[in-house]
Design a protein around this ligand. Sequence first.
Ligand SMILES: Nc1ncnc2c1ncn2[C@@H]1O[C@H](COP(=O)(O)OP(=O)(O)OP(=O)(O)O)[C@@H](O)[C@H]1O
Ligand SMILES: [Mg+2]
Length: 473
Amino acid sequence: MATNVDVVPPPGPRPGLTRLESVDGRSFVARGPSNEQPVPGDYLEPEGEGGVLAFVEEVTGDGSAAGFSASGTLVQFGGGSGASGRPAGAPWHDVAVRPTRPDTVQHLLSAADPELHLGHLAGQDSVGVALVPNRLNRHTFWCGQSGSGKTYALGVLLERILLTTRLPIVVFDPNSDFVRLHERAVEANALQAGALGGRDVVILRPDDEQTPLRVRFTTLTSRAKAAVLRLDPIVDRAEYNALLRLFSGDFDTVDAGQILPYLRSLGDPDAEALAQRIENLGVIEWTRTWALGAVPVTDVIARRPAATVLDLGGYERPEEQLTVALAVLDDLWARRAERRPLLIVVDEAHNLCPPEPETPLGVAVRDRLIQIAAEGRKYGLWLLLSTQRPSKVHPGIVSQCDNLTLMRMNSREDLEQLASAFGFVPRGLLAQAARFRQGEALLAGGFVAMPSIVQMRTRVTPQGGTDVPVPMP
Ligand SMILES: Nc1ncnc2c1ncn2[C@@H]1O[C@H](COP(=O)(O)OP(=O)(O)OP(=O)(O)O)[C@@H](O)[C@H]1O
Ligand SMILES: [Mg+2]
């Protein structure tokens, strides 16, 4: 018998018993039986409302016969305004919904260029989640417990930026994790690796003879010089003044060996005290920090390579790491009026901007980062700060971040803190972070189309320091 075409069901999931209501055409509440219960981050497709999806943010229901209740936001996509012709803001009553087909969600989350994909929606391999690159002009907070995959995922983002934008990057790399950003991973796709190979990636390392990581002491700000020497302009006013005089005259040398004899030759007790301080702190022995005749890091960054990786992990002393960071940040700030965009990536950001640094150098670095967080955006200085716990970074910096990447996070206290700092991120999605697997991340903020739980894609370049394996017999 011939089949009547009118009764062939449309392809894709069929509408179930779940029904949706919206009082304002923007937020919604959906109720249905427990076997149709969605999870936060899911999309539901309202029947007969083309171009609109219901994004689930909160779900209550325990799988019992009572069913579930879900709430969230109605999202328009692809320029659709709803096939029903309903005016914007009009209420919705008793609309049937069904699970969304992957291709519908793709319209919302995936860009035409698959190179922009940071990964795919967790649990839906076919739905790529694209970076919205023009929204990297904000500060970004990157958080997750140790081993959750922050550094790996950060590498994924940096590779996408290098491949798809012309936004220069500088990376403060305290664990030498990004020192292979110019190499190709064994498993990498040849085309992408080739494209990355064409970008100017400069790796500066303390022990590298060709491209050493160096700072020029004479061009540091007075405050930075004083911080290196642990001088307070009021408490240590005589020595501080001797320091100012040292660099305000003709004294300009690339020979570190001349500094102490010169100070002592002046016959001035304050200069002598300063000489003693320099000697006692051993600052002249930081031979892998001072440029002397070499090209300073600030000159390299001023040239704006596509990426400049600063291998802070190559230094033994935390003071040397802080000195390099301060030199770079002060110089970027001094040149801010040039308004040349730069993404400033700080892995293990608690090293550079903890709430309460312990040394004058630490305070100077943190204060500069607070200033860049507060005012850098309009000069094109955008921060991306990665750390294990939100409380480890100064709250004045976290509160300035508009993009969030959250990886696995067990601590309820930390999740609460993130929920209050990032009010735009649905709590139902944040709460799932306790169950994330390695490489899963919640991305939220303008740099993605919608808050999404993403399985990050594979790296093109190798990660520098990976986990140490347990020795086995
Ligand atoms: N998506 C992934 N695919 C494959 N390996 C991964 C992935 N994410 C992380 N890893 C590996 O897991 C280990 C830990 O990841 P990673 O170093 O990124 O963690 P982390 O969150 O930065 O930790 P920490 O806070 O201690 O620095 C590394 O060896 C890394 O290569
Ligand atoms: Mg890490």
